[in-house]
Design a protein around this ligand. Structure first.
Ligand SMILES: [Zn+2]
Length: 427
């Protein structure tokens, strides 16, 4: 039996000084009593939180002509070193095979639905443990966008099979119109993709969700106005949830007009400082269901080489910073809320069973953090992007040990064996 001794353990939102006992991957006992154990990790003076579940990452992605840096394995190690124990990646449109072998952390996939997807295929994926489907209201040119009719069909099918639809919300025609008005090499990501493009698409998808009754999850919300719309529809009975990412909470569009601006190009783009301040407020108030990262890592050189907003690698490496950034923002007093947003809620919405909480009978996915002198965030181990988008922010904690499925997976810079596996989901 593995014993994690005398830590400040986050149990259902509150810290308690106690021991955790795990065997065969499962938390068997949480008690201050001394029980027999074969291995002990001393957590005295440290904080123990549930492993982070990042429900939106792109660990290995071909984005048009651009390929993300590193591979699935390096990305898993990088995320693990910063407290992530489970991720949900994506099965590209038109593909149905997916990885199932052991990995450094647990993982699952959402299925991307592009133009031409047969809604009858939903059943096949659900049977294989893939119960969430991602659709786009933009990227019409690359064939990813679903028109409104197909979107309604997909929502009806998702509702019928009690699955979840995820939607990337940006109005394609607004973006295309703006892109066409730019001369080559001109413009910035924020000028081509204004807030109204997101707000309009979020409104439309919420209306569709209300109409079809489909459980709908809006990914990477960047504007506080979109959150307002979602809350209104939830009040009216729509089954809509949403997520935001560290880049929309901590960074702002001033970076898109600085010297290394392509490093910060993402879709949707970074918004104004005022909007990111409001996103922080909404998060702290509990108006946002969960935190994801939309982690998408391209090499620094590749990012800087491409400056035409019509064709550049979009995405920000953020999975290695999220836990430390939000722990600092929420503080120890509100770490319970932070943990609900980063572990419990993604598990609940996406059907990841018996994870996301430190609880008897749950899987032992745990992060042990030690307090340290407040230091600026640095590139995580195993990073392959070569830059740190959150270098302006500090953390007073360091990830010391990470337990995945009851086994020590990471300690002080060292990654051990592959304890993680594919997690089939039912929602
Ligand atoms: Zn994404």
């Amino acid at each position: 039996m593995l014993k994690i001794r005398n830590g400040n353990v986050l149990i259902n939102g509150k810290f308690r000084k106690t021991n955790i006992y795990a065997e065969k991957g499962i938390i068997r006992e949480i008690t201050p009593r001394d029980l027999a154990s074969s291995e002990t990790i001393d957590a005295f003076g440290k904080v123990v939180i549930p492993g982070i579940i990042d429900p939106h990452v792109h660990f290995e992605l071909q984005q048009g002509e651009f390929k993300t840096s590193g591979d699935f394995e390096t990305a898993c190690k990088m995320a693990l070193s910063r407290g992530v124990t489970t991720v949900i990646d994506y099965i590209p449109a038109g593909e149905s095979d997916f990885r199932k072998e052991p990995a450094f952390i647990n993982y699952s996939f959402h299925k991307v639905v592009g133009k031409g997807f047969n809604t009858k295929d939903i059943i096949r994926f659900i049977k294989a443990g893939i119960s969430s489907f991602k659709a786009f209201t933009t990227y019409g040119k690359s064939g990813l966008m679903l028109d409104d009719g197909n979107m309604l069909d997909l929502m009806a099918a998702v509702k019928k099979h009690n699955a979840v639809i995820e939607v990337h919300c940006e109005n394609d025609s607004v973006i295309e119109h703006n892109m066409n008005a730019l001369s080559p090499g001109a413009g910035s990501p924020d000028s081509a993709r204004p807030p109204i493009a997101e707000i309009e698409a979020v409104s439309r998808m919420c209306l569709f969700a209300l109409n079809t009754g489909a459980r709908t999850h809006i990914v990477h919300v960047s504007c506080p106005e979109s959150i307002g719309v979602i809350k209104e529809y939830v009040k009216r009975g729509a089954a809509v949830t949403c997520e935001t990412c560290p880049q929309y909470v901590f960074l702002d569009d001033s970076l898109l007009h600085g010297p290394e601006w392509p490093l910060y190009a993402s879709c949707p783009p970074l918004r104004s400082a005022e909007r990111s301040r409001k996103m922080r407020e909404l998060l702290l108030k509990g108006s946002i269901d969960m935190i994801s990262t939309d982690h998408c890592s391209f090499e620094k050189e590749l990012k800087l080489k491409h400056t035409d907003v019509r064709n550049m690698p979009y995405g920000i490496p953020s999975a290695g910073y999220s836990a430390l950034l939000f722990l600092e923002l929420f503080g120890m007093k509100r770490a319970g809320t932070m943990s609900f947003l980063m572990s419990r809620n993604p598990a609940a919405v996406f059907g990841i069973e018996k994870r996301g909480l430190i609880k008897k009978g749950y899987w032992a996915d745990l992060v042990i953090l030690s307090p340290c002198s407040k230091e600026k965030l640095d590139i995580p181990p195993y990073d392959t992007s070569g830059y740190c988008p959150f270098g302006a922010f500090s953390s007073s904690y360091a990830v010391e040990t990470v337990i995945v499925n009851g086994f020590k997976a990471f300690e002080r810079g060292t990654v051990f064996t592959k304890n993680g596996s594919f997690l089939p989901r039912t929602v």
